[in-house]
Ligand binder design. Structure first.
Ligand code: FBP
Length: 547
């Protein structure tokens, strides 16, 4: 396969490791942990993996060797830059433990384990993928690993390949499932350890021990580059309002980070919309006010950032989605038999009057999306809802009413964009390349230390890699009970944008100035070679959180 010049140069990059992972190491155990909420219930469901301590690795003298083991790895869910480095770090880590260790990749996500589709990863294959974007080394998928039959089927192939440890690289849902699997294999004495790695560009899998999910750094840098380019175009032509939707299924971390990097005129944050109990009309009015204000200053142009998950944060729509989820889960069989053209009528007939009225008030494209399209985890596929277009149209309508009343006297022409897939497979930034390689290498050390039900944790990542702290956090400690498909289930609590957090507060302090003035910042493309202040900068979210 022909390679680009950057790919060739990048293949030679040696990712950095925390000091503790460079030689022999020892395990330091902390205090026992508890789940973030619903402790009794979570403990009852995870009797074998609940309450374990946070652990930290520290360097020690001597050579490191362990008995030979075979290891399996799965990429689960949406792509995120750096997945290949997690796998190459894991590979190098298990080879450091014992040269005879082997790594098997299950193909196209968790389904590969259940369907026994796998490949052995060798030196030659791994070297092809070091520091590259994408998940194409083994592919990814969204099959939900949650049933006993799937676990048993998986165990057949793990035993056939003599695999003693499995690494699941995924987001909150996939790591929840990794923990259920760890618990089950421990309970039946299967002799298979399960370790998770925190992946998702959405940035919503984080806590004290997991400072960021991998891929967030690179993806937000790619989006910020393109937003900056649009801003420059916007500021050159001075004739369009650009509505830009940014990926991030639920939390608005991606949008907030891009706003911090580029200073748009309007940035919507889903978590704020929810906290302020705003309606769709409140949001439209806010944008129309900023447009009017700028028009009065002679600027009929600007940039609006819209988080992908916005719709789900509008309280009235959130309530509707929650009733829809329960209703569809309870009537799934009936609903599947209804023809597509009658599905909306079916939904209307089964909703409460209040939610049926909200459902009816939505544009048809949105109501169809809410009712018909779900991913295998039961999530609304928000990336398919064209919120950026919907908002642009609604603002236009409002401004034409205001024009009649003499409130708005400017011009309003729009362009819309959606950035998501463009950033998910980008070549990992230096930060992601180092972080991912460390996460994978560290996962191997957790296996070497005999751990199961842990997530690989690399902390202090705002500092240079020499000062990074490697260890592991029990997955049960991140869990609480939530309603899923009509039933209470133990799940990892999603980390939403905190309205008391420093990144959000910084944004609030500046947004009025960014709305009225044209304070655009143009971050430019990710740099892989050059001065450290250009190439190794972490995200502003991480910087503000850790500084
Ligand atoms: P993960 O949580 O699995 O990492 O996926 C995140 C994401 O990129 C979301 O931002 C987006 O809503 C979704 O995946 C899109 O899913 P798909 O790739 O199936 O279209």
């Amino acid at each position: 396969m022909e390679k680009s010049a950057l790919q060739i140069a990048r293949a030679a990059y040696q990712p950095k490791l925390p000091v503790a992972l460079r030689g022999n190491l020892t395990v330091v155990e902390g205090e026992p942990t508890q789940s973030v909420a619903d402790q009794e219930e979570v403990e009852r469901l995870f009797p074998n993996t609940y309450g374990m301590p946070y652990i930290k690795f520290e360097p020690t003298e001597g050579e490191m060797t362990t008995a030979q083991i075979n290891v399996g790895v799965i990429l689960s869910g949406g792509q995120a830059p750096g997945g290949h480095n997690v796998i190459s770090g894991l590979y190098d880590g298990i080879k450091k433990l014992n040269k005879k260790n082997k790594l098997y990749g299950f193909l196209l996500g968790p389904g590969g384990l259940v369907d026994h589709k796998y490949m052995e990863l060798t030196d030659e294959i791994i070297d092809e993928y070091r520091n590259t974007g994408g998940f194409d080394i083994i592919g990814s998928g969204r099959t939900k690993l949650e049933k006993k039959e799937q676990f048993d089927k998986g165990l057949e192939i793990l035993q056939a390949l003599d695999i003693k440890a499995l690494v699941i690289i995924g987001g909150d849902d996939s790591n929840t499932n990794a923990c259920v699997l760890a618990e089950y294999y421990k309970a039946i004495g299967a002799g298979v350890q399960v370790i998770g790695c925190p992946k998702t560009i959405d940035g919503d899998l984080k806590n004290e021990a997991i400072e960021a999910s991998f891929g967030f750094d690179t993806a937000t840098k790619v989006y910020s580059e393109v937003i900056g380019n649009i801003m420059r175009d916007c500021n050159s032509a001075k004739k369009y309002w650009h509505f830009i939707k940014l990926m991030g299924r639920s939390a608005s971390h991606v949008t907030l980070e891009c706003a911090l990097q580029t200073h748009p005129n309007v940035t919507l944050i889903g978590e704020e919309v929810e906290a302020k109990n705003q309606t769709l009309d409140d949001i439209v009015t806010y944008i129309a006010e900023v447009v009017t204000d700028r028009a009065n200053l002679g600027m009929n142009y600007g940039v609006v950032l819209v988080p992908e998950g916005l719709i789900e944060f509008i309280p009235a729509i959130k309530k509707l989605i929650s009733e829809l989820n329960d209703m569809l889960a309870a009537n799934q069989k009936d609903f599947d038999l209804v023809s597509d053209e009658h599905k909306i009528d079916y939904v209307l007939a089964h909703l409460s009057d209040e939610n049926a009225a909200i459902f009816r008030s939505l544009p048809l494209s949105v109501s169809r999306q809410l009712a018909l399209e779900r991913d295998p985890h039961g999530n609304v596929q928000v990336s398919l809802i064209e919120t950026e277009q919907l908002l642009a149209e609604m603002v236009e309508k409002k401004l034409s009413e205001w024009k009649k009343d003499g409130i708005f006297t400017g011009k309003f022409a729009t362009q819309h964009h959606f950035f998501g897939y463009e950033g998910r497979c980008a070549a990992p930034s230096n930060w992601d390349a180092d972080y991912c390689y460390s996460l994978g290498f560290n996962a191997a050390m957790l296996m070497g230390a005999g751990k199961t039900g842990y997530m690989s944790s690399i902390k202090n990542t705002f500092r240079p890699a020499d000062e990074w702290v490697a260890g592991g956090i029990p997955i049960t400690s991140m869990m609480n009970m939530e309603k899923r498909s009509g039933e209470m289930k133990p799940v990892i609590r999603k980390a939403l944008v905190e309205l008391s957090g420093k990144p959000y507060k910084f944004f609030v302090r500046h947004r009025t100035e960014w709305a009225r003035n044209t304070s655009f910042v143009y971050p430019g493309p990710i740099q892989y070679f050059g001065p450290s202040e250009v190439c190794d900068r972490p995200t502003l979210t991480l910087t503000l959180e850790q500084e």
